[in-house]
Write a protein that binds this ligand. Sequence first.
Ligand SMILES: *[C@@H]1O[C@H](CO)[C@@H](O)[C@H](O)[C@H]1NC(C)=O
Ligand SMILES: *[C@@H]1O[C@H](CO)[C@@H](O)[C@H](O)[C@H]1NC(C)=O
Ligand SMILES: *[C@@H]1O[C@H](CO)[C@@H](O)[C@H](O)[C@H]1NC(C)=O
Ligand SMILES: *[C@@H]1O[C@H](CO)[C@@H](O)[C@H](O)[C@H]1NC(C)=O
Ligand SMILES: *[C@@H]1O[C@H](CO)[C@@H](O)[C@H](O)[C@H]1NC(C)=O
Ligand SMILES: *[C@@H]1O[C@H](CO)[C@@H](O)[C@H](O)[C@H]1NC(C)=O
Ligand SMILES: *[C@@H]1O[C@H](CO)[C@@H](O)[C@H](O)[C@H]1NC(C)=O
Ligand SMILES: *[C@@H]1O[C@H](CO)[C@@H](O)[C@H](O)[C@H]1NC(C)=O
Ligand SMILES: *[C@@H]1O[C@H](CO)[C@@H](O)[C@H](O)[C@H]1NC(C)=O
Ligand SMILES: *[C@@H]1O[C@H](CO)[C@@H](O)[C@H](O)[C@H]1NC(C)=O
Ligand SMILES: *[C@@H]1O[C@H](CO)[C@@H](O)[C@H](O)[C@H]1NC(C)=O
Length: 866
Amino acid sequence: MTKFLGLLLSLIAIIHIIQAQGQQGFTSLDCGLPANETSPYEESYTKLMFTSDETFIRSGRNGRIRENPEGFAKPYETLRYFPDGIRNCYGLKVEKGRTHMIVARFVYGNYDGFDVKPKFDLYLGPNLWATIDFQRLGTNSTNEEILHMPTSDSLQICLVKTGETTPFISALEIRALGNDSYITKSGSLMRLSRSYFSKSGSNIRYMKDIYDREWVAHNGASFQKEWTQISTALDVNNSNKYVPPKDVLIHAATPTDANAPLTIELPSGGSGEEYYFYAHFAEIQDLQAKDTREFNISLNGEVLSDPIIPKKLDITTVSSVGTCQGMECILQLTRTNRSTLSPLINALEIFTVIRFPQSETDENDVAAIKNIEAKYGLSRIAWQGDPCVPRQFLWGGLNCSNTDMSISPRITSLNLSSSGLTGNIAAAVQNLPQLEKLDLSNNNLTGGVPEFLGNMKSLMFINLSRNNLNGSIPQALQKQGLELLVDGNPMLCLSNACRKRPKKKVLVPIVASIASAAVVIAVLVIFLVWRKKKATAVGGTSMVNDTFANKKSRRFTYSEVVKMTNNFQRVIGKGGSGMVYQGTVNGSEVAIKLLSQTSTQGYEQFKAEVDLLLRVHHTNLVSLVGYCYEGDHLALIYEFLPNGDLKQHLSGKGGRSIINWSVRLRTALETALGLEYLHVGCTPPMVHRDVKTANILLDENFKAKLADFGISRSFGGRESQEFTEVAGTHGYIDPEYYRTNRLAEKSDVYSYGVVLLEMITNKPVISEEYHVAEWVGTKLNQCDITEIMDPKLCGDYDSNSAWRALELAVSCTDTSSSKRPIMSQVINELKECIACENSRISNNGGLLESQEINISLDSTVVPRAR
Ligand SMILES: *[C@@H]1O[C@H](CO)[C@@H](O)[C@H](O)[C@H]1NC(C)=O
Ligand SMILES: *[C@@H]1O[C@H](CO)[C@@H](O)[C@H](O)[C@H]1NC(C)=O
Ligand SMILES: *[C@@H]1O[C@H](CO)[C@@H](O)[C@H](O)[C@H]1NC(C)=O
Ligand SMILES: *[C@@H]1O[C@H](CO)[C@@H](O)[C@H](O)[C@H]1NC(C)=O
Ligand SMILES: *[C@@H]1O[C@H](CO)[C@@H](O)[C@H](O)[C@H]1NC(C)=O
Ligand SMILES: *[C@@H]1O[C@H](CO)[C@@H](O)[C@H](O)[C@H]1NC(C)=O
Ligand SMILES: *[C@@H]1O[C@H](CO)[C@@H](O)[C@H](O)[C@H]1NC(C)=O
Ligand SMILES: *[C@@H]1O[C@H](CO)[C@@H](O)[C@H](O)[C@H]1NC(C)=O
Ligand SMILES: *[C@@H]1O[C@H](CO)[C@@H](O)[C@H](O)[C@H]1NC(C)=O
Ligand SMILES: *[C@@H]1O[C@H](CO)[C@@H](O)[C@H](O)[C@H]1NC(C)=O
Ligand SMILES: *[C@@H]1O[C@H](CO)[C@@H](O)[C@H](O)[C@H]1NC(C)=O
């Protein structure tokens, strides 16, 4: 049965692959598809394979339309919106030198609940493509299409905020078109209309159209009363380079009055515009021997081409350019004198020309700067789209040469000073040949000063001050016309003695060297002391590594575990990794987590947790009494915390009391202290990775302790690290970490922010409609804290402290990790909140809690080992 199912599944997979192959050169992005939904998936009507846009953009949030009376298909029900940053861009792969149809679709559907029609700009690379203005349109949806030949293999599509409203996008569809089709003398084609002539037809797309163009039927009222429809049941040959669908070609319109011309009024694209037409003809009537059909095409009376004689059941495409002066623009098909039949038309495409005059930044410079960005793990929201142009969106820290729009801008200056850079100086810097200024000062860069800097011809200024560079200055950098600043690098050798080839004259103005030997010596002494300290710390760590195997005193046998739990009598919890029992060791109560299976995953997590907990001690981290590791039996023995977890105390489940605001603030503070200790207090620093209300336990005095370190990881201090698998709990996972796989302590800050939001609002973290952060986001503007606060608090809180806590939670859940505070800032802010709440309580005549809070503040101001 399972085998059969497997076969069936692989068959389905094969079918999908075959169908997806038919869509070669297609990119179909369902923007804002939630992470828990399948991607790619097949859209049921068109059979197009849609993919989540997640990996094509790194900003924005997911939304979903609230109303769908018009029945938009699945890809258009979700959307991505961009509350942060001015310009947000998709980066897509295309084929250079080939015409692509690019369609951007927008369905507003009151996704934000504000019912305010948005207005924003759409850019193609550095150039304005269109302004999306729902107010002017008066519709619920719109789309923009261009036929465009990219000048490089990558394509940036950007949404730009131009006013108060938030840009969004529902879908992006890109199709590589046939060779040599839709070629313009200059510029790209912006679609005005693409229609065919069937009174009763409906819109036609893929798979009937192999390029997924959308053909709109001139049906109902849009089929003029001056026209008569003709159709055929026979097959029409549609093979030319445009390949319009056969279903389009089997219908045509002719003038009802046989002597009148067929008149089509063009949609306006503004007067004086250049129009491109692609008219498709096929003779679909059975002609008598005496009959001929021949006609001219004219635009506002000016004949556009030679007379046309449609071929029997075979396509003829006429393409032509014309300009319309004045307001009206009328296309006419007029029969010639020798024609016995009136003209006919099967399908018509109309475009205006749109020019993209601004050249993109040099491809190699773009590749180099992206490489540098990736190496240093920079994630700046403004670093999207073209780095240099348009000028108003120039990436922060860059400057470029761009005087002439038709010439690709080049990067001339790179300033990453004070950006928390670690590691060595990026080799990709040498791929910016026109760089004149380089400022990497005030970071934590290590390693040597690379020689290539001396070989970059344009480079005139380098500031490497205040880093941790070592070695000596390469010969190549000691040249006239190059200003090199290297002060504040204690390990960098500046004296002549350590240069490989001694130099007679120092040509480089090395600013620091003048700062005299005294400073160098002082720094050296500090360094030696520091190194010694570090060596002891390393010794300590290696001892720690031994503990898992050796620390016998904490290790229990399985029979001891059986005894301490009285043969697993009392279950107090059930987690993903196993059951939790209550027991006693030497008269004190303990909680024992029995790991259900010895899968590698289970063992790894077990070992990680034991290693961590035997090593770290903090009053706000749950402590490990011991462990059992005997054959298949793995158990963790913790101190017993009788008051359950924070989640229960918010929901009231498990017979737990709802905790009041001051206890919530104190719990938040204590949790923050535990987290801060993990982030900065222990060596190596750790990220918890699974901060959530269910993992915050409360002891008999309601003191909070963070638990469950099974997926915690050490990380390289400020440096973020990449892990192959993203772990954590849905709803609490940092979206940036989720996207980039880069883990740093700010991911915990995000999860912590979600916990705070839960404590403030008591809303589910994820509901059908919202993430709690989004819900708060929509409520924030209303200036009424009572709408946001947990109703179970019955208004019993200081609103000032509530606001501060809320603002803190919002900043912790910022989508951009760089904007989130670090835990010590969180702690300071929480103390202020508690002070506000305390003063309210004492003003109210000093309730019981006030004393409690004051005590807690005193005893836990500094994270401290127990
Ligand atoms: C837009 O949607 C609303 C309901 O969401 C509907 O009442 C209205 O008719 C729609 N407008 C158009 C132009 O379809
Ligand atoms: C399009 O042209 C390229 C070369 O210019 C060629 O390799 C490719 O096969 C052509 N594709 C089609 C569909 O004709
Ligand atoms: C359709 O037209 C093409 C080009 O004119 C021709 O090569 C092909 O044989 C035709 N196909 C049929 C079925 O007539
Ligand atoms: C059709 O166009 C040709 C030239 O292309 C012209 O000689 C002829 O007069 C035109 N006929 C009509 C009816 O406009
Ligand atoms: C077609 O006929 C009209 C009048 O019937 C005449 O004015 C015109 O010159 C003719 N054109 C040609 C190309 O014969
Ligand atoms: C950037 O370069 C331009 C010349 O391309 C110059 O006018 C401008 O002052 C420079 N800006 C900065 C901040 O250096
Ligand atoms: C680099 O930027 C910092 C501010 O971020 C500024 O103080 C410094 O002067 C800049 N360096 C150069 C070389 O312009
Ligand atoms: C070089 O960088 C250091 C540290 O950021 C700064 O103090 C100094 O002013 C910079 N020097 C110049 C000339 O920009
Ligand atoms: C360098 O890193 C240390 C700790 O890793 C940190 O204390 C210091 O502030 C960092 N320096 C800079 C300039 O970022
Ligand atoms: C410079 O520091 C790196 C580590 O950051 C080390 O590998 C290298 O050996 C050091 N070089 C010198 C010359 O001390
Ligand atoms: C994804 O999550 C949302 C919210 O939790 C839920 O409503 C939806 O059913 C989930 N979808 C799938 C396919 O699991």
